[in-house]
Design a binder for this molecule. Structure first.
Ligand code: TYD
Length: 132
């Protein structure tokens, strides 16, 4: 499946690096929520859902993890270990995050507030929705 990886400009100087994420500029939506995962235990797999309407962008700020994507037709796996790259998680794409390094900080920007009704947490239901 098609991967949409955003490349963020690194504003580096002799003091170090800086990346700016701005809604409607290098982030293609209004940022209504930010959350991040850290101290993820070894061999943990998270996610296991798709969203009905929510758009998100995942950025690994530190360390590494992998993201498995499934749009119902094909799958992809993306290694995330670069804080200048953001992976678009579109609606109706099943995603699972795994192989987190112990220092991994995975940040997600979302275009809406938390709403459990927007989640599809059952994979069979997900396949029914995307294949109809
Ligand atoms: P969960 O959906 O299980 O995380 P993941 O999909 O990454 O495995 O979320 C863990 C808990 O946090 C769950 O009780 C719901 C809650 N939560 C919120 O309250 N707000 C949020 O924005 C998110 C992402 C989760």
């Amino acid at each position: 499946m098609k991967i949409s990886l955003y490349e963020f400009q690194k504003l580096g100087d002799s003091r170090g690096s800086l990346v700016v994420l701005e809604q409607e500029k290098n982030i293609p939506f209004e940022i209504k929520r930010v959350y991040y995962m850290f101290e993820t235990k070894k061999d943990i797999r998270r996610g296991y859902h798709a969203h009905k309407k929510l758009n998100q962008i995942a950025v690994v700020l530190k360390g590494e993890c992998k993201i498995h994507l499934d749009d119902g037709k094909s799958t992809s796996e993306v290694v995330m270990n670069d804080p200048t790259k953001g992976l678009l998680l579109e609606p109706l794409v099943w995603h699972e995050m795994f192989e987190y390094s112990s220092d991994c900080i995975l940040m997600i920007l979302a275009d809406d507030v938390y709403d459990e009704n927007d989640y599809i947490r059952n994979k069979d239901e997900f396949y029914e929705i995307v294949n109809k």
